[in-house]
Ligand binder design. Structure first.
Ligand code: ATP
Length: 510
């Protein structure tokens, strides 16, 4: 097991042990790629939503938020292209009987070549020391050039085969590259087939009356079909955005990475409507702006990178992912897409209703272009936990597991603990708890020795523990212990709210 796999396994079991995430319907042995959020997970998830909503809707004058239904008219998915093109190419290994996404097999192979290049660069940097010219090395080293050429060749063939739906060529490429099944180690592959990822169900109680409808695979279409409603009722002027948070459903072929890839998940999406021709400017703007949002959480910049798409979806003229370094490597966390007028144009055509904007400056009407930011809530949750999970050896030789969750997102902000369960301390601690609970999610805990209670709070990421002791009864001061440094200070009860407020302030993001 690699180090990353080991950490990932530990995070999954930590999530379960501390009430963050449970397998769905666990008493029936679970349901594949579906999860439930427990008592701490639900708050963390809500806090992430709140952080996103505040910075995208509350702090932006020209973005409003909506909440559209999961069920939509079936023609929506015809117009959006999902009925015809929301497919993944799948391939089975005949020996292990495991199913894979053919595109992911090839992308993983490309990533390995890329890793080889990066290794060569690191090695050379060590060898040459200060005199190392990285750009020159990348341009001239024969091994780097050879791998770079391989990557470009494979990419070219792979992208055109997928775009033109030449599935035989995708299979031929997998065979030629010698890609083996990680389980069986064999190259005994089936043909590549397309598989539509939308779940469908029936609406209406009588079978003759039934109408096939879909569970939305993205929240974006709920925004597009409401474009005119919002623009008119909100008297919105271009450029403006519509945001929403909601569930989406995809019948994923390969769903083996905990909450990274689920069949029921949540998205936080924002469609920004702009004047045609200005989309690239806004695309660059939102790329930077969204990265800033991530970095404002205090997670180091080297955990993030952009990945510009070579193969563009049918609706896009530019697209990039913000990737995060999960324990299993850099993977997509958020997508920023320039969607042109594809969606509004298609809905206009299919519905027969005009979805245009009258520009008072130029006196013309046109279909706006759209730049979208689309982030997975569950993936953000996993990114935060991957960053936050830490096993530490302490000076006294003991160990602790601490979740260094950014304080603004931590499920419990303050734990109030009487040092011992007597001498009036529990009563005093309850008083403190009752004062703080209206402002912050707090927890009162009087069970077990104080050290164990600190550990329990560390394990769920509580930034502050307040301890009520003998001195509190005399002078109304308490000790406040900070989660990451474990430093303890003595402060007046009246000061607690202020100290906590300072730490969880997110205004700098606005
Ligand atoms: P991937 O390539 O990983 O399948 P995607 O490119 O299909 O993702 P988008 O359609 O751009 O994803 O969706 C936007 C965001 O929604 C993604 O960046 C991701 O964070 C999230 N997301 C997509 N599919 C899932 C899923 N099955 N489970 C959890 N989150 C998801």
């Amino acid at each position: 097991m690699t180090k990353g796999e080991d950490i990932f396994r530990k995070i999954i079991s930590h999530c379960k042990e501390y009430g963050f995430i449970f397998p769905s319907s666990e008493i029936y042995d679970g349901l594949s790629a579906v999860y439930d959020y427990g008592q701490n997970g639900a708050i963390l998830k809500n806090n992430i939503k709140d952080y996103w909503w505040r910075s995208m809707v509350q702090y932006q004058e020209n973005i409003v938020g909506i909440d559209s239904a999961i069920f939509m008219h079936p023609t929506v998915w015809k117009a959006s292209g999902h009925v015809d093109a929301f497919n993944d190419p799948l391939i089975d290994n005949k020996d292990s009987k495991k199913r894979y996404r053919a595109d992911v097999l090839i992308e993983d192979h490309l990533e390995k070549l890329n890793e080889k290049i990066e290794k060569d660069v690191v090695k050379a940097a060590k060898r040459f020391g200060d005199s190392f010219d990285e750009a020159m090395f990348r341009k001239t080293n024969p091994r780097v050039l050879e791998n770079q050429e391989k990557i470009e060749n494979i990419n070219r063939r792979f992208v055109s085969a997928l775009e033109e739906n030449r599935l035989d060529d995708v299979k031929a490429l997998i065979e030629e590259l010698g890609i083996v099944c990680p389980i069986s180690g064999s190259r005994n592959w089936t043909d590549v087939r397309q598989f539509n990822l939308m779940f469908s169900t029936q609406m209406g109680s009588l079978s003759e009356d039934t109408n096939q409808i879909f569970l939305r695979p993205e929240t974006a279409q709920g925004i597009f079909v409401n474009y005119l409603n919002v623009q008119k009722t909100g008297r919105m002027k271009l450029p403006f955005g519509i945001a929403q948070i909601g569930k989406a459903f995809r019948n994923e072929i390969v769903a083996r990475q905990f909450i990274f890839r689920m069949r029921e998940f949540e998205q936080m999406e924002m469609q920004f409507f702009v004047k045609p021709g200005q989309e690239m400017e806004w695309y660059d703007y939102w790329k930077q702006e969204r990265l800033r949002w991530h970095l404002a959480l205090g997670i180091p910049a080297e955990k993030y990178r952009f990945h510009d798409h070579e193969k563009l979806a049918h609706y896009a003229n530019a697209a990039a992912d913000i990737e995060f370094e999960f324990p299993f490597g850099f993977k997509e966390l958020e997508g920023i897409h320039s969607r042109t007028d594809f969606d509004l144009g298609a809905h206009q055509q299919y519905s027969g209703k005009k979805l245009q904007y009258f520009d008072p400056e130029t006196n013309e009407s046109y279909v706006p272009y759209v730049v979208e930011t689309s982030i997975g809530l569950d993936r953000t949750f996993l990114a935060i936990l991957s960053f936050a999970y830490r096993e530490e050896k302490l000076e006294d030789g003991s160990e602790r597991v601490v979740l260094s969750i950014p304080p603004v997102l931590a499920p419990i902000k303050v734990a109030v603990l009487p040092l011992v369960k007597k001498d009036g301390m529990p009563e005093k601690a309850r008083e403190v708890f009752d004062r703080l609970k209206y402002d912050y999610m707090c927890q009162y805990d009087e069970k077990d020795a104080i050290g164990r209670r600190y550990r329990r709070q560390d394990a769920i990421g509580t930034p502050y523990c307040i301890t009520v002791d003998h001195q509190t009864l005399e002078d109304n001061t308490v000790t406040i212990r900070e989660r990451d440094s474990m430093k303890q200070d003595r402060i007046a009860i009246d000061e607690i709210a202020q100290v906590v407020a300072r730490r969880i302030d997110i205004r700098p993001v606005s």
